[in-house]
Each structure stands twice: as structure tokens, then as C-alpha cells.
Design a protein around this ligand. Structure first.
Ligand SMILES: [Zn+2]
Length: 356
């Protein structure tokens, strides 16, 4: 039969645009077999039309050996947070199957074009951490999010998502979690958070919208372990070491990596930033002067920052005040600010028992 006489079976066409995608019908290609044993380096390809007509390419690595938990490790959801990307790249390169019981899937840099630009958002302006659970026929960020939500999270018991304050915020280096209602899930997440061995552990709320990666993984009942390891646009050697040692200890803690779990000599300080009052906003646009340091205890009503007006030397700066007692855990790292920008976060110190 000549080609002109061929009968096209449309049911065999992948991603026929005339058909609606079903849930889990990801359009993202993956060059490795996530069910295979051993170590594989590959890529995820997110279809798109660009000037170069090239897929968005996101590296993925799988290291699997025998029966055990599956852990997904994701770095670089935000491009200006290199701490997690470096730790995940080191892990992906060096981890060997014989060290693993179960499976470790690493996406070292989930936002490669944001990483290259050293920006929190993608060049399109999209914050990938607001793209979940995603959409197989949505924007490219939504397609990638949907792949993670339907292909990576369901096969995993543990999801590790490594963040920092990025260029915009200087954070105390902490491991963190959302408050989740299920007590068993919450207990596992508290233990995972503590296993990072940071001096600070923080339970937080979202103030910047919905669609977070961790939120979708939590909704699926996973043990979700995340961090905010410093930030401010610069990473010290100490923070890189904390990212690497904490990640390895979490993997040992959940039983996927060989070796003894390292325990802290003293418990960490537990913080909660789960009320809007914890987040101090700039009362006006201007030039921000911080009056407090990370780790400093402050009281309700205490001045924490001033906003200066570069065109008005005659004008008194506007003062921003703490709205609760607690410990300063975030200070804005960029001096210029717009009205409503988050400039300081004051978290409440709590006993671990409050997290039970
Ligand atoms: Zn982040």
C-alpha cells in the first residue's frame, strides 16, 4: 500500500489535540524508566513552541536498588535558590545504587531557565511554585507540575523540596513544614523536619497564594520535607554544608540511604509563623532600613524597620512595627520595597509538643 493509501488510525496518535487529556495523561516525555533498577541519568521534555522550537529540558536522575521507600528530591523550584540545586546535583552525581534501599529520584533543578537567569520566577514571569497540581494541556510550567503531581509524587513516600530565601529574603537557615491535619502525616513530617539537623525548624503558612509543590504532595498524603536555607543572594560554605548534610541525614532517616542517622546534641528551636500578624509589610514604598537582626527576640509594637523616601530628605521615615512577640526569622534582603512587600517575619517560639 502506498503512503497515499494508508488509513490513519487516529486512536494511535499520541496527544491527539482533538481529545481532552485524562487526569495523569502527561504530555511531558521522560527518557528514563522510573521503575528500573540501577542508576540512570535522563531528561524530562516539556513540549513547547519557542524561537528555537525546542522542548523545555529538565534533568532527572534515578538511583534504585531493591525494595524500600521512594524519595523524590527536588531543587531549584526557584531559580535564585542555588543551595538546593548544588546539594541535589552533588547527590545525583555521587549516589550509587549499592548505597540505596528503595529509590531516590532527583530533579536537581526544576526551573533551569530561572536558574540561568538567577531569578525566582521563570523568564515568563511564572512562579513554578504556584503551578501545582498542574495541567497537562496548560502552560509549560503547568505541564511540568502535572508530570510531578501524577508521575513522581504518586510513586513516592517522601518528597523533599529544598528552598532558601533567594535573592529577596534573608532567612534563618531552617527546615520547615506546613501544618497538616492528619496526625500521622504531621508526626512523620515533624520527624523529617528535625532530621535535617538545622538549628531552627519552622511551621509556616502560605501568604503568597496557592499552588505550591509541597501543598500538592501533602494533599497526596506524602511525608513532605522542605527548607529555607538562608538566602539573600549569597550562599556561604556553611550553608552548602548544611544543605548536603541535612539532605543526606533525611535520606538516612527515611531508610533509603545507608548509614547511621545523625542526631543533634540539643533540640532545635521550633518556630511557628502561621498567623498573618507574623508577616510585617511595608507601609509605603521606599528604601528599607532594618532595625532588627535574624534570631533577635522582639515584642509586639517594637519598631522593626523604617521606610525612607529618597526624594524627600525632609520627610521622617515611616516605621513598621512587630505585631506579635517572637523571633525575627526573615529580614528583607532587597532594600528597595513597594508598599505591601514583606519586610520582616516574626515567628512564635513553640514547644515541640505543640506540633503533636
Ligand atoms: Zn523558594
Amino acid at each position: 500500500m502506498s503512503s497515499s493509501e494508508e488509513i490513519v488510525d487516529h486512536s494511535q496518535i499520541v496527544n491527539n489535540p482533538l481529545e481532552s487529556p485524562a487526569v495523569g495523561d502527561s504530555r511531558v516525555s521522560c527518557t528514563i524508566d522510573l521503575s528500573a533498577e540501577g542508576k540512570q541519568f535522563g531528561t524530562l521534555g516539556v513540549p513547547r513552541s519557542s524561537n528555537q522550537w525546542s522542548d523545555l529540558t529538565v534533568p532527572i536522575v534515578s538511583v534504585a536498588n531493591g525494595v524500600g521507600p521512594t524519595v523524590v528530591v527536588i531543587g531549584g523550584v526557584h531559580g535564585d535558590e542555588p543551595e538546593g540545586q548544588v546539594a541535589a546535583l552533588n547527590l545525583a552525581r555521587t549516589l550509587q545504587p549499592e548505597q540505596v534501599t528503595g529509590r531516590v529520584v532527583v530533579v536537581p533543578c526544576a526551573s533551569p531557565e530561572g536558574s540561568k537567569a538567577y531569578t525566582r520566577t521563570w523568564p515568563s514571569g511564572i512562579d513554578f511554585n504556584r503551578s501545582f497540581p498542574g495541567d497537562p494541556w496548560g502552560r509549560e510550567d503547568e505541564q511540568l507540575a502535572e508530570f510531578m503531581s501524577t508521575e513522581l509524587f504518586p510513586i513516592s513516600e517522601v518528597v523533599v523540596d529544598i528552598h532558601s530565601g533567594g535573592r529577596g529574603g534573608l532567612h534563618l537557615p531552617w527546615s520547615e513544614m506546613h501544618w497538616v491535619d492528619d496526625p500521622d502525616q504531621r508526626r512523620a513530617m515533624v520527624e523529617g523536619m528535625v532530621a535535617w539537623n538545622t538549628d531552627w525548624c519552622c511551621v509556616y503558612m502560605d501568604i503568597g497564594g496557592t499552588g505550591l509543590l509541597v501543598g500538592e504532595a501533602e494533599r497526596q498524603g506524602k511525608n513532605v520535607i522542605s527548607t529555607e536555607l538562608g538566602g539573600g543572594g549569597h550562599v556561604t560554605a556553611e550553608i552548602h554544608r548544611l544543605a548536603a548534610s541535612g539532605l543526606a541525614n533525611v535520606l538516612r532517616h527515611v531508610g533509603v540511604l545507608e548509614g547511621e542517622v545523625v542526631q543533634r546534641e540539643s533540640p532545635p528551636t521550633f518556630l511557628m509563623a502561621t498567623e498573618l500578624d507574623c508577616f510585617v509589610r511595608a507601609p509605603e514604598s521606599g528604601l528599607f532600613e532594618t532595625l532588627v537582626a535574624l534570631g533577635e527576640r522582639v515584642e509586639t509594637g517594637q519598631p522593626v524597620g523604617k521606610i525612607h523616601f529618597i526624594e524627600r530628605p525632609d520627610r521622617e521615615p515611616e516605621t513598621a512595627y512587630a505585631r506579635n512577640d517572637g523571633i525575627v526569622c526573615v529580614v528583607r534582603a532587597v532594600a528597595t520595597c513597594e508598599q505591601g512587600d514583606n519586610i520582616v517575619v516574626v515567628a512564635r517560639e513553640v514547644d515541640r509538643a505543640e506540633l503533636n
